[in-house]
Design a protein around this ligand. Structure first.
Ligand SMILES: [Zn+2]
Length: 135
């Protein structure tokens, strides 16, 4: 997933934490729901009292979609990568990738841990398998 610089607001704050190497999520002070994507208003109760908290980074693969790219010049096989939906332990679902894992090795229900990847100014959240965390 290519990182896009958010224009303003909660998206910008989320990205600022990612740039610092941290996965932080908003939690609603009224109903305690943890929220992603970043928002101004709690989608569950309408409260404006959203606060940023560090996330555990732990989650479970909910789904996997393998995308086939065009072969690069010199390559005989098309490039493949997987888009995953990860259910974070805090509750929200996040779309991401497991760049260090073969798409065939990604299974539904697999435990994963978040990691920040990319260059300064274009960092983004990816996941790695996290076998020792258990299910
Ligand atoms: Zn709420």
């Amino acid at each position: 997933m290519t990182a896009q610089l958010p224009a303003s607001g909660p998206d910008l704050e989320f990205q600022a934490h990612v740039e610092d190497g941290r996965l932080w999520l908003q939690t609603c002070a009224a109903c305690q729901t943890t929220i992603f994507m970043p928002r101004i208003i709690c989608p569950h109760c309408g409260s404006l009292r959203l606060a940023w908290h560090p996330a555990s980074g732990l989650g479970t693969v909910y789904s996997r979609t393998v995308l086939h790219g065009r072969p690069k010049p010199g390559d005989t096989r098309p490039s493949r990568h997987a888009l995953v939906l990860v259910d974070l332990d805090e509750g929200p679902r996040m779309m991401s990738r497991l760049p260090g894992t073969d798409p065939d090795d990604i299974t539904i229900g697999m435990r994963v841990k978040a990691r920040i990847e990319g260059e300064t100014g274009a960092r983004f959240v990816v996941f790695d398998p996290n076998a020792e965390a258990g299910a």
